[in-house]
Every structure is written in structure tokens, then in C-alpha cells.
Design a protein. Structure first.
Length: 121
């Protein structure tokens, strides 16, 4: 149980840092363009951060697998969120649905971490 709590804490800290202070306009303004380097860079940073979080808790092959899985899932969750907001015309100052979708986005990222921890532990 201590390993699980430590991992969810590490992943949550990683998520906060990479999703907010380390995400400049170049990344967040291009996440809706499939394959754009800005969105790919953002997901790559999540992948690297996840690898760092799991480094001492699993064999390297598993660590890289969960890192890759996090990067791929993170990319697609963010891409879908941006595109749903754009299609619906939802904005942070005009539609409360924008904030609901942001909550769903963050929930899906947390559920990804639950999956990754389940794979490792």
C-alpha cells in the first residue's frame, strides 16, 4: 500500500508540474492539431516524467512501457478535450461546460495513473 500511495503522489506532482508551469503557449495552443510538435512535446514530457516516477519500482522494460502508455493516452485525452471545446465553441469565460470538460480531462489523466500503478504493482 505504501508503494501505491507514493506512486500516486509522485504522478500527481509530475502531472501538476508538467501540465501547468512547464506548459507554455506553444504546447497548449497546438494540442488540438493532431501530430503537431507542441502537443507531442507536451506528451513526451509526461512520458519522461512517468518514467522517472516509476524508475525504482519496476524493471526498465515495464517502466518504459508505462511511460509510453502514459504519453500516448495523455496526448489523445488532451487532443480530444481541445477539439470538443473547439467544436462546441466552449470557452473558459463563456461556457461552464468548458470547466466540466477540463474536470473530465483531469479525471481521465488520474485514471490513467491508476491503470499504470495497477500494471506495476
Amino acid at each position: 500500500m505504501n508503494t501505491t500511495l507514493l506512486l500516486i503522489t509522485l504522478l500527481s506532482i509530475k502531472h501538476l508540474i508538467i501540465d501547468f508551469p512547464l506548459q507554455p503557449r506553444y504546447q497548449y495552443s497546438n494540442k488540438g492539431k493532431y501530430g503537431h510538435p507542441g502537443g507531442l512535446l507536451h506528451s513526451f514530457l509526461h512520458m519522461v516524467g512517468t518514467v522517472a516516477c516509476f524508475w525504482f519500482f519496476a524493471p526498465l522494460s515495464v517502466v518504459f512501457l508505462v511511460g509510453l502508455l502514459d504519453g500516448v493516452l495523455h496526448y489523445h485525452i488532451d487532443w480530444a478535450k481541445v477539439n470538443i471545446n473547439a467544436k462546441m465553441g466552449w470557452g473558459p469565460t463563456t461556457h461552464e461546460e468548458f470547466w466540466w470538460l477540463l474536470g473530465v480531462d483531469q479525471f481521465l489523466h488520474m485514471m490513467t495513473y491508476v491503470l499504470l500503478i495497477w500494471i506495476v504493482v
